[in-house]
Design a binder for this molecule. Structure first.
Ligand code: PLP
Length: 452
């Protein structure tokens, strides 16, 4: 076993970290995590941390569930791998596809498996364009996403997303992808009520469709709640209006449920929280609670029928599409979620309690808005509580607050100056109280630093 310092040196020398300034990280020294149990993780120095971010929005059932290891081991011993290319597949793969069809809203009955959320979004870009092309509409190939949206890191995923920093690296977006402004009432809502603003923000989609021509627009893609940019929770009027617009122009509605899926909002899927029905959805993360990589694109009956009956051979797929070990782990994860009623407990008990405590954090002088939906929230840190505006040097405060939280034994993510929350769904009321106390202290320490 190597000591922490030595591991950090090797890490700095040989490991490029995603979404990091690697030079700065090498100087700071990487934190090395060694163990997890429930809502806690431990680092190599023995610090216990309350993980209020569930890894990266994904460890929904919490850490250390041995049943998932047992399911993986059993499948590895029985049949570690087979593909779904050679006119064959495996039992867990079929069972998972059927289980997802049962859970997914409406007639999203057909799963195409990938290794990640990014690949699921690549998949929908290609297969939705193919869907229109085989119906003699090859020009209907434009996707509309949103500025500041996040749909993953591959060429298609990062193009569908609207992160400027990502577009600047590698010459994105790829052609025929357009973006509209995201729904973010706190900054953009002016004097409108959130519900009025939700309609205004949604109608940007209609304007964009009309500008491009409905005969050219294949699909609109959005995260029900925009996660990575800072948990932008749209007003309840937003998604039903988006759905109405998509139906009007026969534009497919794609929900990227990579974060929101599998209970994050207190419903199985974010579309159920907001009351709309996607034609296509992408999932990953919570499908295995992050224990093993897996993603999927799910299609409704209409799209799947065309792909199957008219699409010919699907020229698309990964070696590990429908990997039996990943499928077995996903099935066990979903079994636990269902048997232990994790989504229901969240919806009726812990999420409302968390919302109460989160609103109390909203009273802190540094917090301009405390937004939350189910088990997904953000505290927007601001220079002046009476005004809805960012710090002049945006992003200068969030990282400081994140570090104060870590010093308190709490993991929160900072995006710009928003402190993001996404705990395991199993978080207890006592742990929510602990989360409250540690966050308040971190806010106090941050405010003291600003005043100094
Ligand atoms: N879509 C959303 C909404 C995400 O938040 C993410 C990852 O955070 C992705 C897609 C990409 O998923 P992955 O990192 O598994 O490729």
């Amino acid at each position: 076993t190597l000591d922490t310092r030595h591991l950090q040196q090797l890490d700095a020398a040989h490991h490029l970290h995603p979404f990091n300034d690697n030079a700065a990280l090498a100087k700071r020294g990487t934190r090395i995590l060694t163990r997890g149990e429930g809502c806690y993780v431990w680092d190599a120095d023995g610090n216990q941390l309350l993980d209020a971010f569930a890894g990266l929005w994904c460890v929904n059932i919490g850490y250390g569930r041995k049943e998932l290891g047992v399911a993986a081991a059993r499948q590895m011993e029985t049949l570690a791998y087979y593909n779904s290319f050679f006119q064959c597949t495996t039992e867990p793969t079929i069972a998972l596809a059927a289980k997802l069809a049962e859970l997914a809203p409406g007639d999203l009955n057909h799963a195409f498996f990938t290794n990640s959320g990014s690949e699921a979004n690549d998949t929908i870009l290609r297969l939705v364009r193919h869907f229109w092309a085989v119906q003699d509409q090859p020009r209907k190939n434009i996707f509309i996403g949103r500025h500041d949206g996040y749909h993953g890191t591959t060429m298609a995923g990062a193009s569908l997303g609207g992160m400027k920093g990502m577009h600047q690296q590698g010459g994105l977006p790829i052609p025929d992808i357009h973006h509209i402004d995201p729904p973010f009432w706190f900054i953009d809502g002016g004097d409108l009520s959130p519900d009025e603003y939700g309609l205004v923000a949604a109608r940007r989609l209609e304007d964009k469709i009309l500008e491009l021509g409905p005969e050219r627009v294949a699909a609109f893609i959005g995260e029900p709640i925009m996660g990575a940019i800072g948990v932008y929770i749209p007003p309840m009027t937003y998604w039903p209006e988006i759905e109405r617009i998509c139906r009007k122009y026969d534009v497919l509605l794609v929900a990227d449920e990579v974060i929101c899926g599998f209970g994050r909002t207190g419903e199985w899927f974010g579309s159920q929280y907001f009351g709309f029905q996607p034609d296509v959805m992408t999932i990953a993360k919570g499908i295995t609670s992050g224990y093993i990589p897996l993603g999927a694109a799910m299609f409704n009956d209409r799209v799947a029928w065309v792909l199957k009956e008219q699409g010919g051979e699907l020229a698309h797929g990964c070696t590990y599409s429908g990997h039996p070990v990943c499928a077995a782990v996903a099935l066990e994860n979903i079994r636990i979620m269902q048997d232990e009623k994790l989504v229901e407990t969240c919806r009726h008990d812990t999420a409302p309690y968390l919302a109460e405590r989160w609103a109390q954090l909203g009273e802190h002088k540094l917090v301009g808005e405390a937004r939350i939906a189910g088990m997904m929230g953000a505290l927007e840190l601001v220079p002046d509580k009476r005004q809805r505006r960012f710090f002049r040097e945006r992003g200068s405060v969030g990282g400081v607050c994140r570090d104060h939280a870590l010093a308190q034994g709490l993991i929160l993510r900072a995006t710009w100056d928003a402190m993001l929350l996404s705990p395991p769904l199993i978080i207890s009321r006592e742990q929510i109280d602990m989360l409250f106390a540690r966050t308040w202290k971190a806010l106090d320490a941050t405010a003291a630093g600003l005043a100094a």
